[in-house]
Ligand binder design. Structure first.
Ligand code: ADP
Ligand code: MG
Length: 339
């Protein structure tokens, strides 16, 4: 996948979110988790993760199966205790004060764990009551979430009779009943059709606008790209890179492709001038102009344009093709995400 933008009106794309450290909602310090199964060797699922998620972010944890995403989520929710390191949710230590920490967190787990003896309505209502909502508030909350996520007609249905997409929506509703400040979505869009996935993305964006911080895991790289303010690439229990999708793409050596349409006669001169610029890798001559590979993303575009104009060539069109997050993943891990 390439992100193709017309850069005729080039403007450096460096809209960085506010510093997450200034108002952190989630802090992980040197967190490790080693599973010791009854049979077989220990599994080092998470191996020294440091991470700060700022209030109001949509943050993505991206990595292949077995990378340690679910383990990380389940330590934040207090389901598993870290082997070492500390985790704080809104300042609350999850090991020292798990009951309090849990109130801040809502989770839609990767593996649906709905109680099949309950109806959709009961699942949400009882979850609310469990978290201390009054009867009236739990009813109100259940009703509004079922409306919002188009499950009202399924109120009396049991989970077994829901479609995959409905189960995902119900898990999301349940995660939201007690108004958590931090919403954890573990592969929340797995196994649902593209249209429902888009609707889910819109909802996640809306939740953020309402003040919820979202930490999601995904192995759909385009989901992380479309949705997340910042992304951490995780593999073998280690964070390999953490940044905005745009900045991550800039880290790829000569990853951005600039296509330039110019008059024929001065193409060689223009090419030579561009090749001398810092941050420019290969320069190829094409049928209509030049193809220029650069590092540093579209920050370099104005310089390339200036060099072409100065060489005397007449510039007709410039387009910039950013590398995809998939390219970033390959760069950091040496392999494709889906294998
Ligand atoms: N309860 C468990 N006991 C032993 N090993 C586990 C357990 N849960 C996960 N693992 C192992 O830990 C590693 C990380 O798994 P997981 O956190 O589920 O990764 P991801 O969610 O990124 O796919 C994998 O090697 C997995 O097999
Ligand atoms: Mg997982």
């Amino acid at each position: 996948m390439t992100d193709t933008r017309d850069a005729t009106l080039a403007e450096p794309a460096s809209s960085r979110p506010p510093d997450p450290e200034s108002d952190p909602i989630l802090v992980l310090e040197d967190v490790r988790k080693t599973y010791t199964p009854p049979i077989g060797p220990p599994v080092e699922a998470v191996r020294g993760v440091d991470l700060v998620v700022g209030r109001g972010e949509i943050f993505g944890l991206v990595g292949p199966n077995g990378a340690g995403k679910t383990t990380t989520i389940s330590m934040i929710t207090t389901r598993h205790e870290p082997t070492s390191g500390t985790i704080r949710v809104d300042g609350v230590d999850v090991v020292g004060d798990p009951a309090n920490a849990k109130r801040h967190v809502g989770v839609a787990p990767q593996m649906p764990n709905l109680d099949h003896s309950l109806t959709v309505w009961e699942i949400l209502y009882l979850h609310g009551r469990y978290f201390g909502l009054t009867r009236r508030d739990a009813v109100e909350r259940t009703r509004s979430l079922l409306d919002r996520f188009m499950l009202a007609e399924k109120s009396a249905t049991r989970p077994i009779d829901l479609s995959g997409g409905m189960v995902r929506r119900l898990l999301l509703c349940r995660a939201l009943v007690h108004r958590p400040t931090l919403l954890l979505l573990d592969e929340a869009t797995v196994g649902i059709d593209p249209q429902t996935r888009r609707a889910m993305w819109d909802e996640i964006e809306r939740l953020r606008q309402e003040g919820t911080t979202v930490l999601l895991t995904t192995h759909y790289i385009e989901e992380a790209d479309a949705l997340c303010d910042r992304v951490a690439i995780i593999d073998h229990g280690v964070l390999l890179a953490v940044d905005t999708p745009a900045e991550l793409k800039r880290m790829i050596p000569a990853g951005t492709r600039i296509e330039v349409v110019i008059d024929t006669d001065l193409r060689a001169d223009a090419g030579a001038a561009v090749a001398e610029l810092a941050d420019v890798g290969e320069v190829e001559t094409t049928e209509t102009g030049l193809r220029v590979w650069v590092t540093g993303g579209d920050k370099v575009v104005p310089e390339v344009v200036a060099a072409i104009v100065a060489s005397g060539a007449h510039l007709h069109h410039v387009s910039v093709h950013e590398p995809s997050l998939e390219d970033v993943f390959i760069h950091f891990t040496g392999r494709e995400l889906r294998e």
